[in-house]
Design a protein around this ligand. Structure first.
Ligand code: BG6
Ligand code: MG
Length: 213
């Protein structure tokens, strides 16, 4: 009995996953190395600090904590430069429509994102009012694949985890949803995501598919 949908933000509602990748790539390049798109899959859904640590590890680079903080800030500055250029039409195809269909069906809606920039992005594309609850990187202490962000979402909506469906583009996010005892729809490629259902985007999602999970 599904009562709520919890959406990841980056790569599910908006195409910011590309901007995260570009900003991290620029940072790695400035340190004299590069990483692949395959490696980038491991960064999806992962917090800013943890992403930096993974990247530095790939480059075999050691930095002090103060240097790491400066590097994370630099990345965020480059990332936000791209975000600030975003237009409302950069919402991914079908995302707004599917959320609206759910709302009309009486299904509660939450955001469950690791990003500390979530509110800025939701406001920028003008869809903040579609969410009954927003749980973001400022509200959780344990990063995906820990289920905290989704469990907090369920709590905020006053529903049980078993009554929630999570939409995720990240390996870590799919794991988090499963660890939280929730159904999960992967947004991406079936070979990458081990979800209950995998679709290429929310434009492929329907209420019928939701209730069959
Ligand atoms: C996740 C992204 O949604 O948020 C990650 O998939 C990102 O790539 C993480 O690192 C944290 O985002 P931010 O905006 O707080 O740096
Ligand atoms: Mg994501």
């Amino acid at each position: 009995n599904i009562k709520a949908c919890i959406f990841d933000l980056d790569g599910v509602i908006v195409d910011t996953a590309v901007y995260h990748y570009k900003a991290w790539k620029r940072l790695a390049n400035s340190l004299g190395f590069d990483f692949t798109e395959h490696q980038n899959e491991q960064l999806k859904g992962v917090s800013r600090v943890r992403s930096l640590q993974l990247i530095l590890g790939w480059g075999g680079v050691t930095k002090t904590e103060a240097e790491q903080e400066a590097l994370a800030t630099q990345k965020n500055t480059w990332y936000m430069e791209m975000v600030n250029q975003m237009q409302p039409d950069e919402i991914l195809p079908g995302a707004k429509e599917f959320v609206e269909v759910c709302r009309k069906a009486g299904i509660k809606i939450a955001l469950g994102s690791a990003s500390k920039n979530s509110m800025t992005i939701l406001n920028k594309i003008g869809i903040t009012n579609l969410f009954d609850a927003v749980i973001d990187g400022n509200k959780v202490s344990k990063a995906k694949p820990d289920p905290e962000v989704f469990l907090e979402g369920a709590k905020a909506l006053s529903v049980e985890p078993e009554e929630c469906v999570v939409f995720e583009d990240a390996i870590a996010g799919v794991e988090a949803a499963k660890a939280g005892n929730m159904k999960v729809v992967g947004i991406g490629q079936p070979g990458v995501l081990d979800a209950d259902l995998v679709i290429s985007g929310l434009d492929k999602m329907t209420l019928d598919k939701l209730f069959k999970l």
